[in-house]
Design a protein around this ligand. Structure first.
Ligand code: MRU
Length: 351
């Protein structure tokens, strides 16, 4: 089965515009939206046209290209000062995924050395394309590292969507799954539907079926029963922000899976590029958790499923303590049973 060849590329730059595959419409419609203004890219990130930590970072890098174009047109030689406000709006589009700030800061450092006297657009675009291509390469590498941890014919569970749609392509957790299936390491994948936004049923199921990967969808609350059956070997998930000690913020529900997994002796793997590590955050207690509108809980496809006026909370992420994680897989290497000391080797690896 040739399963590593995912061709889903949800972020594209063509004819001077950013094209995003609208993830709100999947799996029923494949609609592309295009952008030529950084504020509209920020809005697309907030509204989840594009979502998933690495994908948000790549989209934001292209947002910086659009900001550069606009700043040059409106401010000329003072274009660098004119970048401050649009970049702040991009940075604030979503709070938890650190890849967003990482990509914008990377672009900021890059344009510091550019000339004030000419349009920065071509140089910014080349740098954004580099971020885009490096993300795909990192995912391929993590796929190999992660799959090497699995025994033959493993059965795995994934939560949310950490696939091609959540990255520049191939995926983090789904990259390991794609590679694992290709290598005969994975026999079957269980997919949590991932309430309330349903990234699992709408996006992960769609991706896996496109690649003919054997899968079964389940309600999030079915995970304990699956683990108790003794069938499951690994939970494999992505991350939105990893603290310096390995505590990991990911889609709401990941923490409960990690607690269940430890009780049932199922192993827990987090797969994320080093751009997802926040070295300034000593542990997970300071990670900002995005609170989204209650309507995502009380409605599905704008149809109410709860009594009118009910109050709902909607934290989009939770934090899994490092000691519930068996492996953190990055493009710079694998950390088993993460601690601050072990995590630091990844930083040394990169520099
Ligand atoms: O709210 P979302 O859909 O952006 O949340 C996405 C996740 O939690 C993913 O697991 C994470 O970003 C990793 S994506 C490779």
């Amino acid at each position: 089965m040739s399963t590593t060849a995912s061709t889903i590329a949800p972020i594209q730059w063509r004819d001077g515009r950013l094209f995003l595959l609208d993830q709100r419409q999947l799996p029923h419609r494949q609609e592309w939206l295009d952008y030529d203004h950084p504020d509209l890219v920020a809005e697309a990130i907030t509204m989840m046209v594009v979502r998933g930590a690495p994908a948000i970072g790549v989209a934001a890098a292209y947002g910086v290209v659009l900001a550069g174009r606009q700043a040059w047109h409106t401010a000329g030689v003072t274009w660098k000062q004119a970048m401050t406000a649009p970049l702040a709006r991009l940075e604030n589009a979503r709070p938890t995924a650190v890849n967003l700030c990482w990509a914008i800061e990377h672009m900021r450092q890059f344009y510091r050395d550019l000339s004030d006297g000419e349009s920065p657009e071509t140089a910014l675009l080349a740098e954004a394309i580099k971020i885009h291509e490096l993300d795909v390469a990192a995912n391929r590498r993590m796929g190999k590292y992660g799959a090497s941890l699995l025994e033959a014919n493993s059965i795995v569970l994934t939560h949310c969507n950490a696939g091609a749609l959540a990255t520049a392509g191939f995926g983090t957790a789904l990259g390991v799954i794609r590679q694992g299936v290709a290598d005969g390491k994975i026999q079957h994948v269980y997919v949590d539907e991932t309430r309330p936004w349903l990234q699992g049923s709408r996006l992960t199921a769609w991706e896996l079926l496109q690649d003919n990967i054997p899968m079964t969808l389940q309600a999030d609350s079915a995970a304990a029963l699956l683990m108790a059956s003794g069938k499951l070997d690994w939970v494999i998930v992505g991350a939105d922000r990893i603290a310096a000690n390995g505590d990991t913020a990911n889609k709401i529900g990941t923490y409960s899976l990690a607690v269940l997994a430890r009780y049932h002796k199922v192993r827990m793997m987090v797969v994320a590029p080093t751009a997802t590590i926040d070295w300034d955050m000593p542990d997970g207690s300071g990670i900002p958790i995005e609170q989204r509108q209650g309507e995502e809980v009380t409605h599905i496809n704008r149809e109410p499923i709860a009594p009118a006026n009910v109050i709902a909370i909607n934290p989009a992420f939770d934090v899994t303590p490092a000691d519930l994680i068996d492996a953190i897989v990055t493009e710079a290497g694998v950390i088993l049973s993460p601690t601050t000391e072990k995590m630091l080797t990844l930083r040394e690896e990169k520099s």
